[in-house]
Design a protein around this ligand. Sequence first.
Ligand code: AMP
Length: 291
Amino acid sequence: MHKYEKIEKIGEGTYGTVFKAKNLETMEIVALKRVRLDQDDEGVPSSALREICLLKELKHRNIVRLHDVLHSERNMTLVFEYCDQDLKKYFDTCGGVIDQQVVKSFMYQMLKGLQFCHNHNILHRDLKPQNLLINKNGELKLADFGLARSFGIPVRCYSAEVVTLWYRPPDVLFGAKLYSTSIDTWSAGCIFAEMTNAGAPLFPGNDVDDQLKKIFKLLGTPTEQSWPGLTKLPDYKPFPPYPPNSMWYHVVPQLSAEGRDLLAQLIIVNPNKRMLADEALQHQYFADFAT
Ligand code: AMP
């Protein structure tokens, strides 16, 4: 730990406190994430440690680099590449107006990062604007990849605040335990809509019921026919049969027709029909986009 000098606290994350710090050997600025472990647990579970060390090999320009993993008996500190701000803070600074070309660039980079991780069989499971980090030169990077697998899908934050459900797909809200890459593409769709609206969330639910209701009111309540296996999900409960809202695209007035088509395929209620990151990157929406 003597290798790093803390500069300031940046925030309270899902897993612990985040600090801006300097590597005293290289003078590089980094982000230190101190992961809080349960008092009664026996320190860092070896399975978590093994998995996290694997994440050090995950090197891609749209993934926040994990430089180092430091651990003692009682705690663990992850040393990450430092980024200037997150997407949530970016929304706060754009005053309700966002350039749709910037949205396209961010969306492309988010999907590139997702594609890379999914190709390495790593899911994020808790994608949200707070863990999309942005650099001064417009680079977007996904943070906290793979952590949910090691520590469990977050229910509460370090600060005991309940984590947001806004980006969770209906299958997870109904208690599905077999996660696939479709969990992340749903979140990517919700974030896409939020970006085009300069920070207004698509489904800002207050609790699980309200979250599902908001989703079904826009996209229609699924049935065993539209989603075989739905009623067998652990926490399944019936909802009123809302029809899909044929004017749903009114919620994203700034989005082009191609953009709307991409969004519609990312937020398909049945996870088996949802678009994958690979396919999304081939979508017509990106046809005029030079990287
Ligand atoms: P998180 O645990 O990722 O939710 O982190 C909490 C907050 O700390 C985020 O909303 C970011 O603003 C900030 N943060 C996390 N990781 C980094 C990083 N690598 N560089 C800069 N800020 C970060």
